[in-house]
Design a protein around this ligand. Structure first.
Ligand SMILES: CC(=O)N[C@H]1[C@@H](OP(=O)(O)OP(=O)(O)OC[C@H]2O[C@@H](n3ccc(=O)[nH]c3=O)[C@H](O)[C@@H]2O)O[C@H](CO)[C@@H](O)[C@@H]1O[C@H](C)C(=O)N[C@@H](C)C(=O)N[C@H](CCC(=O)N[C@@H](CCC[C@@H](N)C(=O)O)C(=O)O)C(=O)O
Ligand code: ATP
Ligand SMILES: C[C@@H](N)C(=O)N[C@H](C)C(=O)O
Length: 424
């Protein structure tokens, strides 16, 4: 059945999992999710112009419709993506994961590689068991380089995703205190992310490793690897401590980005390294690094009528929160205010990790903190303002506007701290 489905795939206009966004000539994959059973939309998909539907229940569709009946639609989507990947022998695949900076590193790589190759990359953050197959199946046929971002919140996921994307080059941004609940602690994070190294060893791929990160060197020691960053590596670099613009010195030149935060140097270094490995000229690498502008609430400096706001509200965990606070406090002019929201998916470590962030801020004279969320509100935070919900903080800001200040907004996705922006 997979081969027949693949032949249909080769003639279709694309794959879709959503009848609300389906296009004529698509194949519709009827996934089941927490809110809907996609099988119930099969006939709608055909009406909307789908040339075939992949289902795992009996469905009522016109007799002429092409129906692929499978045991499990998600598995079929993943199998088809893996099969397609194995057919694309003229494309170079880069697979990346890590706790923080995946999207940023991917976008920097895309910006560098697009200067010289037809490059396809994960759209936005579509990096999970559904997003990775869709990314592969949506790759234009003439793609020369594909960059596949792989996300995980528990062990086994990177093994699955790297087994679908089968990268020629694999990169782990870092191991951090993210998704501690699902990984069962930092050791679980290291094991879970290192599934990429195990896969690279198995398929004889090459790892790109940040030589400034001891743990990456240890975990990748059994792989074919190209190390960047450290003095003794293939691509020695100097990571600047300047927070804006984040920059890296390589081969006598400064590679300046539009990013804020010296922690981005490893992300920039990885993009320089992959550019060099694939033969992009240094001028084009510099152009690629410089032309990437962060968006979607990731480390963005913005100006309101009266304040300068660092919008970093896409997500948060103890590692990225600390990195973000440090760079903001180093860089931003006073008066300085940090509005920080709860960090999710930390499990048993949650109370301690929220307290550690508050304790860090207690030592920072000249920086005022506003804490948002139940976890931060439950800490010992002395005189810091705290609100159990974002809505309550919003009401406070409406009554007590902040003016002429530098402000950091950072919290987990579910806190939606960006909704406070109009009141700053
Ligand atoms: C399945 C799906 O794609 N769902 C998306 C859909 O959800 P919806 O609200 O419609 O509900 P259902 O999922 O129940 O629907 C079932 C299917 O029915 C389809 N359908 C529904 C109604 C209808 O009229 N017609 C239909 O055809 C429907 O399309 C479903 O296929 O829409 C939501 C809003 O747009 C989407 O949010 C939802 O997307 C889900 C969450 C998803 O997984 N999407 C992937 C493409 C993806 O990659 N999403 C990323 C999430 C990345 C992420 O969080 N990464 C983590 C680590 C990964 C952890 C992993 N274990 C995990 O849990 O995901 C990280 O830290 O990086 C994204 O959206 O950013
Ligand atoms: N190398 C890094 N070290 C620590 N924090 C980082 C690093 N890179 C990015 N961050 C922080 O993480 C935030 C999100 O960045 P990015 O989206 O690139 O990460 P991600 O790993 O892709 O997260 P997600 O998978 O949830 O999208 C940034 O705005 C920044 O605060
Ligand atoms: C949104 C998802 N990619 C993520 O990063 N989740 C964590 C828990 C967050 O929102 O901080």
């Amino acid at each position: 059945m997979l081969e027949e489905l693949y032949q249909t795939y080769l003639t279709c206009s694309g794959v879709s999992t959503d009848t609300r966004a389906i296009e004529r000539g698509n194949i519709y994959f009827a996934l089941k999710g927490p809110s809907f059973n996609g099988n119930l939309f099969a006939s709608q998909a055909i009406e909307a112009g789908a040339i075939a539907v992949v289902v795992d229940e009996d469905v009522e569709v016109p007799e002429s419709a092409l129906v692929f009946q499978t045991i499990d639609v998600l598995t079929t989507l993943q199998d088809l993506a893996r099969h397609h990947r194995t057919q694309c022998s003229n494309t170079t695949f880069i697979g990346l994961t890590g706790s923080n900076g995946k999207t940023t590193a991917k976008e920097l790589m895309k910006s560098v590689l697009s200067t010289s190759f037809r490059t396809h990359a994960t759209f936005g953050n579509l990096n999970n068991h559904i997003g990775v197959p869709l990314t592969l199946l949506r790759m234009p046929v003439d793609t020369e380089v594909a960059i596949i971002e792989m996300g995980a919140n528990h062990r086994g996921e990177i093994e699955l995703l790297s087994g679908i994307s089968l990268p020629n080059y694999g990169y782990i941004t870092n191991f951090g205190k993210a998704h501690l609940e699902g990984f069962g602690g930092i050791e679980g994070v290291i094991k879970g992310k290192s599934e990429l190294y195990a896969r690279m060893k198995e398929i004889n791929g090459t790892c790109i490793v940040n030589g400034m990160d001891e743990l990456q060197l240890v975990q990748s020691s059994e792989c074919n690897r190209i190390v960047y960053g450290s003095k003794q590596s293939e691509y020695p670099m100097e990571y600047s401590e300047v927070n804006y613009p984040a920059q890296v010195r390589f081969n006598g030149n400064d590679y300046r980005s539009q990013l804020t935060g010296s922690f981005h140097t490893a992300n920039i270094g990885a993009a320089i390294a992959i550019g060099k490995i694939l033969g992009v000229s240094e001028a084009n690498i510099a152009l690629g690094i410089h032309s990437y502008a962060p968006e979607n609430n990731r480390s963005q400096w913005t100006k309101t009528n009266t304040n300068r706001v660092m919008l970093d509200a896409y997500n948060a965990n103890p590692s990225s929160m600390l990195a973000s606070l440090k760079s903001f406090i180093d860089e931003a002019a006073t008066p300085r205010i940090v509005i920080i929201g709860d960090m999710f998916e930390l499990g048993e470590a949650s109370a301690e990790e929220h307290q550690l962030i508050v304790d860090y801020l207690k030592q920072k004279e000249g920086t005022n903190a506003i804490l948002v969320g139940e976890h931060f509100s439950a800490t010992d935070h002395e005189s810091m303002l705290s609100f159990t919900t974002t809505e309550r903080c919003e009401n406070y800001l409406k009554e007590n506007p902040i003016t002429n200040s530098s402000i950091l907004l950072k919290g987990s996705r579910g806190m939606h701290l960006e909704t406070l922006y109009p009141y700053l």
